[in-house]
Design a protein around this ligand. Sequence first.
Ligand code: THU
Length: 139
Amino acid sequence: VLREVIMTREELIEEAFKAMENSYAPYSNFHVGAAVLTKDGKVFWGANIENASFGATNCGERSAIFAAYSNGYRKDTIEALAIVSDGDRIAAPCGICRQVLSELITGDTPIYLSNRKDEMDTCMNELLPYQFTTEDVCR
Ligand code: THU
């Protein structure tokens, strides 16, 4: 055993559902919650936060990953990410979130998706192949 299991997949998904209660979505009424688990056992919540200027909206998964980074965590110290929503189908990250997450978590970091009805486990290597990365910019 390399390190203790600090939280189960199911527990992290429940953290994301708790985060979803803080969603501010008066325009879409579509609620998203996310939870980042760090390797030292901390959990950072995120929710989608909308705005009357719709484009200023922040998605739940970006809120969560920005919270983890804002507290000093980086891709090598992030264990897993859960993203949940209250839609009829599982919501996979939008294109903007895929670009952001592809830089801020590793390609094989587990991503757990759920809407209570269905569940899917994935990772950024699966969600965004042929990524545009920091190596492309910083030549
Ligand atoms: N949303 C997310 O929070 N994450 C996604 O990956 C898909 C979309 C939010 C943005 C907006 O507040 C609402 O869902 C409807 O698009």
